[in-house]
Design a protein around this ligand. Structure first.
Ligand code: MSP
Length: 513
């Protein structure tokens, strides 16, 4: 079975920060989880490179927009590499294949009569790349989102007949039994969209004049395609639209478009309308999360409080940075983060709970058995308890984007093993019953292997290290794929007692301040 997931394509005028990282790591976790569950996954991310915003940023820096985009997209790729993001493809909207695909869509829309020309004057927000009508402005007549002043733009340009799709969209968004149902999450934001849709839809600007940094309209070279239309089309270009039909038919429609709330409207209204207009299938699910604030303030370049993913990785390591970004706030509402809370969670979940479990188990295996637990002392009792807890709650949490809940379930399972060690008090068995001691330690090893498999989507490198430290047999991802397909723990467990365990590496050293 195929599974296609996307992140937004990020504007190529800034630096990747913790907000972009949140969306991308969330998508990566889902992609990795689906791969472990034997789906054929396509995971798309990339950069949005056309439009007035990019042109303006390049002008300020006295360089060409292309030159700026080359640098910024390389920066995004670098950060995704650092964060171990397993994307299938990184798309750039300045790529030729994308330009071909946008022109094709625009041509079809024009030929089908969904685009018309009109003179228009309105307030435009450069940050949102969007016209606002008077009723949507804030009390100071500023952008309701950025609180910045808007520019009055008067142009004769093309419009897309969005209003034509009002009823069709309402049906597809609000009726779960519709065959083209689009599931929008969370529920509250879906209801907001439905509420707005009920009030009626205005046609939207489809092109810009006098903006050179964009894709020219095939039927009017004086105008360029509106950047949002250009951007949304990336989702079909990415899986081969116009280039590789078999690939396109295999992966489209998207199973999940993931983003923050700021751009949910474009994804759940404008994008499906364009797709309906050109007779392409609609995305199945659109998930939006909230906004990060840092110590209570909005994260922004102007406030200078952008946390860079690099800083997080320097402080906590890659896997811990991934884990912390994604679990500190629930997916959905806005949430505040602070260095203090990040470090607290690091110490609690990773240094004290998981790290401690791994290191004490290995230390016991070393001290009592010189890393080699006795043969014929396989004990799957604890592994089965851990597996049952995880089976019950983990998959649903990931499927519902409740990453912090999935992490809680994992932490509960880790705590259970730690508690069992206290109950068994294996250190008391050493001089008394070596065979029983070996059974105890084997039970921890096997249970930790189960934890390691579930940790894979969050912490791909550390899980493999834990797996190897436990002396588990085979490649963790391959074994996990097999395990997740039947949920049966092999009779001989994962970690063969006769194999020598690997000596310990401290994965999450405690951070004192
Ligand atoms: N280029 C458009 C998207 C086009 S998709 C067809 C765009 N780019 S953006 O660079 O502004 O990225 C917006 C996305 O970045 C948000 O939807 C979210 O995924 C992520 N975030 C940026 N700042 C964020 C926070 N402070 N908090 C959480 N996510 C944030 O919009």
């Amino acid at each position: 079975m195929k599974f296609y997931i996307t992140t937004p394509i990020y504007y190529a005028n800034g630096v990747p920060h913790i907000g972009h990282s949140y969306t991308t790591i969330a998508s990566d976790i889902v992609a990795r989880w689906k791969r472990l569950n034997n789906f054929d996954v396509f995971f798309l991310t990339g950069t949005d490179e056309h439009g007035a915003k990019i042109a303006a940023a390049a002008k300020v820096q006295n360089r060409t927009p292309q030159n700026l985009c080359d640098e910024v997209s390389a920066k995004f790729k670098e950060v995704w590499k650092l964060l171990n993001i397993s994307y299938t493809e990184f798309i750039r909207t300045t790529e030729q294949k994308h330009i071909i695909s946008v022109k094709k869509i625009v041509k079809i829309l024009f030929e089908k009569g969904f685009i018309f020309k009109k003179k228009y004057e309105g307030s435009y927000c450069l940050e949102c790349e969007k016209f606002y009508s008077q009723k949507d402005l804030d009390e100071n007549n500023n952008c309701p989102f950025h609180k910045t002043s808007l520019v009055i733009q008067s142009e004769e340009n093309y419009f897309f007949k969005l209003s034509f799709f009002q009823i069709k969209l309402l049906e597809r968004i609000s009726n779960p039994s519709h065959k083209e149902y689009i599931k929008i999450q969370p529920e509250e934001r879906k209801n907001e969209i439905i509420g707005k849709l009920r009030l009626g839809l205005e046609d939207i600007s489809f092109s810009r004049t006098a903006l050179e940094w964009g894709i020219p309209l095939p039927f009017d070279k004086e105008q360029t395609v509106y950047v949002w239309v250009d951007a949304l089309v990336n989702y079909i270009t990415g899986v081969g639209y116009m280039i590789n039909d078999a690939k396109f038919r295999k992966y489209w429609p998207a199973d999940i478009h993931l983003m923050a709330k700021d751009i949910l409207w474009f994804h759940s209204v404008v994008w499906p309308a364009i797709l309906m207009a050109v007779d392409l299938p609609l995305p199945r699910r659109i998930c939006s999360h909230g906004f990060f604030t840092l110590n209570g303030d909005k994260i922004s370049k102007s406030l200078g409080n952008v946390i860079s993913p690099g800083e997080l990785v320097d402080k906590y390591g890659v896997d811990a940075a991934r884990y912390l970004i994604i679990t500190l706030i629930p997916f959905g509402p806005d949430g505040n983060i602070s260095w203090r809370e990040l470090t607290l969670k690091y110490n609690t979940d990773l240094a004290n709970n998981l790290g401690n479990l791994v290191s004490r188990t290995i230390k016991m295996a070393e001290k009592y058995f010189n890393f080699q637990v006795l043969q014929n002392t396989i004990n799957l009792h604890l592994a089965k308890r851990v597996a049952a807890i995880l089976k019950e709650n983990f998959a649903d949490s990931i499927d519902n984007m409740q990453f912090n809940k999935a992490a809680e379930v994992l932490q509960d399972a880790i705590t259970l093993i730690n508690k069992q060690i206290e109950i068994d008090s294996p250190w008391k068995l050493f001089k008394v019953d070596i065979k029983k001691l070996s059974f105890c330690i084997d039970s921890y090893l096997q249970a930790i292997c189960v934890i390691a498999m579930y940790l894979l989507p969050f912490m791909p490198v550390s899980s493999e290290k834990i797996w190897n430290m436990m002396g588990a047999v085979g490649n963790i991802s391959e074994v996990a794929k097999k395990y997740f397909s039947n949920m049966i723990i092999p009779e001989n467990g994962f970690s063969a007692p006769q194999t020598k365990l690997n000596s310990m590496e401290i994965l999450f050293p405690r951070i004192e301040k």
